[in-house]
Design a protein around this ligand. Structure first.
Ligand SMILES: Nc1ncnc2c1ncn2[C@@H]1O[C@H](COP(=O)(O)OP(=O)(O)OP(=O)(O)O)[C@@H](O)[C@H]1O
Ligand code: SF4
Ligand SMILES: [Mg+2]
Length: 321
C-alpha cells in the first residue's frame, strides 16, 4: 500500500529585504504563503506558475535547503523543520533536488564520472564502489561508458541534463524535486528527458515534484498539478482534469498561453494582461484580481480560501465548474 511520503502543512516563507541602515524600513517578500498539500509515494506532483510565484523557494524548503518561516514539512513522518543538522543528515540522501540552473552546478574542470560520484564520496563510499555505481548510472541515463572521463563542455544540453539526473540518483533517493529540468532544452530533447524521468520512476519507484512554467511540460509526467500564483496554490487537481477543464481563471489563462494542439479553441483564449504583482505588496482580496477577466467587487475585498470542490481544490469565488 502506498503511503504519504511528504506532508506539507501551511508552509510560508517570508524574506526580509531592504537596507540595514538606520531609519530605513525593511520590506517583507511573501515568497510562499500558506501552502499545504501531500504527496503519495510513487506519485508525481507538477508545480506550475509564472516567474517569481515561489516555485523554487517552495522546492528548496521541501528538501530542507531553505529555512521554513512557518508551517511544517513532514518527510516520511519526520518533521524537517524540527530536526537538527545531525538528525537531518541521514535523511538527506532520501531526497534530492535538481536545481533550476543545473549547468552552473557542473564543475567544468571535473570529469563527468567524478561529478556523478561526488555524493557517494561525501558519504564515504570506496573508490571502486563509486566507479562501479557511476558506470551503472551512466548506463541508466542513456550515456555511454566513455562519458566517464569526459568534461561537461564536451556534452550537449540534453546530455548534461542526463549527467545531472545521474548525480541526483547516485544515493538512491526516494523523492526528487526537479526545478525546471527541461526548460533550457529544445522541444525534441525535452521529450527525451521527460521520458527518461518517467522510465527511472518506473524502475526505482521514485516520487517526483516537477516544477515548470508551462502546464504543457508537466501534464504528461504528473499525476496531479498545483498551480501557484504569488506564493499560493490557487488550484490543485489531477493532471488531466486540470488540463481539460481548469476551474481557476489563472489556470485557464496559463493554458491559453500555450494553445493546445488538439483543438481549435482559439476564440476562447484568455490573454493575461498586466504585470505580475509584486510579492511585497500583494493586492487586497484575491491577489489575482487586477489581472482577472471576471473579477467582481467581492474579489477585491475577500481573499478566496483554497477549498475542495469535487475532485479538485480551487481558490476562487467564481470558479468554472
Ligand atoms: N533569497 C531571497 N531573498 C529575497 N527574496 C527572494 C529570495 N529568493 C527568492 N526571493 C523572492 O521570492 C519570490 C519567489 O521566488 P522564486 O525564485 O521562488 O520564484 P520562482 O517561481 O521559482 O520563479 P522562476 O520561475 O523565475 O524561477 C520572488 O519575488 C523572489 O524575488
Ligand atoms: S476570486 Fe475573483 S479575481 Fe480571483 S480568480 Fe476568482 S473570479 Fe478572479
Ligand atoms: Mg524558480
Amino acid at each position: 500500500m502506498t503511503k504519504i511520503l511528504l506532508d506539507v502543512v501551511n508552509v510560508t516563507k517570508t524574506y526580509t529585504i531592504g537596507s540595514k541602515l538606520r531609519n530605513k524600513s525593511k520590506d517583507k517578500v511573501h515568497a510562499v504563503n500558506d501552502v499545504s498539500f501531500h504527496l503519495m509515494q510513487g506519485e508525481t506532483l507538477g508545480i506550475v506558475g509564472e516567474s517569481g510565484c515561489g516555485k523554487s523557494t517552495l522546492g528548496r524548503m521541501l528538501v530542507s535547503l531553505e529555512e521554513i518561516t512557518s508551517g511544517t514539512v513532514d518527510f516520511d513522518g519526520h518533521n524537517l523543520g524540527k530536526l537538527g543538522a545531525r538528525k537531518i543528515r541521514p535523511l538527506r540522501k532520501r531526497f534530492q533536488m535538481i536545481f533550476q540552473d543545473p549547468y552552473a552546478s557542473l564543475n567544468p574542470r571535473r570529469q563527468i564520472g567524478k561529478i556523478i560520484e561526488e555524493p557517494l564520496r561525501i558519504q564515504g563510499v570506496s573508490r571502486e564502489e563509486r566507479r562501479k555505481r557511476a558506470m551503472e548510472l551512466l548506463e541508466k541515463v542513456g550515456l555511454d561508458a566513455n562519458s566517464y572521463s569526459k568534461y561537461p563542455h564536451e556534452f550537449s544540453g540534453g546530455q548534461r541534463q542526463r549527467v545531472v539526473i545521474a548525480r541526483a540518483l547516485a544515493l538512491n533517493p526516494e523523492l526528487v524535486v526537479a526545478d525546471e529540468p527541461v526548460s533550457a532544452l529544445d522541444v525534441s530533447i525535452q521529450a527525451q528527458i521527460l521520458n527518461l524521468f518517467h522510465d527511472l520512476q518506473e524502475e526505482f519507484g521514485l516520487t517526483y515534484i516537477f516544477i515548470a512554467h508551462d502546464l504543457g511540460v508537466v501534464r504528461h509526467v504528473s499525476d496531479r498539478i498545483a498551480v501557484m500564483y504569488l506564493g499560493k496554490i490557487v488550484e490543485l487537481a489531477g493532471a488531466d482534469s486540470l488540463y481539460d477543464s481548469p476551474a481557476h481563471p489563472y489556470s485557464q489563462a496559463l493554458l491559453s498561453a500555450n494553445p493546445r494542439m488538439d483543438t481549435d479553441e482559439t476564440s476562447t483564449r484568455i490573454i493575461l494582461t498586466g504585470d505580475i504583482p509584486n510579492p511585497i505588496n500583494r493586492p487586497s482580496g484575491c491577489s489575482f484580481h487586477p489581472r482577472c477577466p471576471i473579477a467582481k467587487d467581492k474579489c477585491r475585498s475577500e481573499e478566496p480560501p483554497l477549498v475542495q470542490i469535487g475532485i479538485r481544490q480551487v481558490a476562487c469565488h467564481f470558479p468554472t465548474i
